[in-house]
Design a protein around this ligand. Sequence first.
Ligand SMILES: NC(=O)c1ccc[n+]([C@@H]2O[C@H](COP(=O)([O-])OP(=O)(O)OC[C@H]3O[C@@H](n4cnc5c(N)ncnc54)[C@H](OP(=O)(O)O)[C@@H]3O)[C@@H](O)[C@H]2O)c1
Length: 347
Amino acid sequence: MSSAQHPAAILPSKAAGALQVTQRATPTPGPHDLLIEVSAIALNPIDYYQRDMGFPPLDHYPTVLGSDIAGTVISAGSSVPADAPEPGTRVAAFAPSFFTKGLPDYGAFQTRVLVPAANAVPLPSRMSFGEASLLPMAVVTTWSGWYSIGLPRGTAYTAADKKGMLVWGGASSVGSGAVQVAKSMGFSVYVTASEKHHGYLKGLGAREVFDYKSESVVEDIVKAARADGVTVQAGFDAAGQTKPCLEILKELKGEGTAKLATAVPPAEDTPKVEGVEVKFVAAPGDEEARTEHFHFVFGVWLKEKLATGGFVPSPAMKVVEGGLESIDKGLDELKKGVSGVKLVIEV
Ligand SMILES: NC(=O)c1ccc[n+]([C@@H]2O[C@H](COP(=O)([O-])OP(=O)(O)OC[C@H]3O[C@@H](n4cnc5c(N)ncnc54)[C@H](OP(=O)(O)O)[C@@H]3O)[C@@H](O)[C@H]2O)c1
């Protein structure tokens, strides 16, 4: 541990409800870690769940919350793989405070953060740090959804295969990520969102977008996919709307079983639907398997997609001015509900 210090927004105790900006000792990276100088942090719902409710529970307090960062690699541990981003590289990275149960060196809400080398992706020079901070949670949650439902990584359909994917909540951070990844795998992607986001989501690759507030949304999606001659055996629910997703998959699955990945735990009274399995989105629990999963997501898949323009940060970025001191303000805004934006803190 060096004697250097850096500013951090800490959560002093479980469910304390407010962060405090203070100085923390800057860590040196462990063998598999990178130390990142943070330039932008994106906010996620889990951040206020943990700030205000202490859920999901952590073991370490005071802690530093937060997952999404973009910045520059300062130093690397002794055993990072040869393909890890080198010091000086601009990266986006997933800070694993959730997986370390709150070890404060691994939380995003500070200016210097440790991340496993597998959790970082190099950035194209044209991409700003703010835009890049939108990426990590959205992309890894999508791929964890595919992992949960057993969708093979190499899935690559053509239009002739007539394979569809349902994404409920396409204007959300993880939903807009799922739309893009599903499109890149060759699915015809049927999406729900408020009307004002329909054009944007078509630009990201949605085949058709439906207003989830419409009473006929389920029928409309079923009708559209049938007219396209498409079967839909996979879905991603980013908005806690398991019931209508199940109704759609039941109608469109054709032969065999359909699988729905849900980023939000389904309500207890969600009816079971024969032939449709529901899986909560989760990365592999085993650490070695999770490291391999993250390396694939960031070090292989996203690295290639960012280099070729095959995935773009989504949805729109909204900067909350004021740096670390404004994270609480941003989390309060997120808690009230956002529409088609992800909130970003520049530091
Ligand atoms: N399991 C995991 O690993 C994991 C990881 C990340 C996130 N999550 C969870 O996934 C959820 C989404 O997170 P996020 O960061 O993507 O959220 P977000 O961006 O804050 O979500 C906001 C969006 O949700 C949409 N929305 C709200 N209610 C909807 C409904 N009934 N139908 C369709 N869309 C609706 C809104 O769409 P409109 O603007 O179109 O109205 C809005 O744009 C959260 O509950 C989060 O905790 C889970």
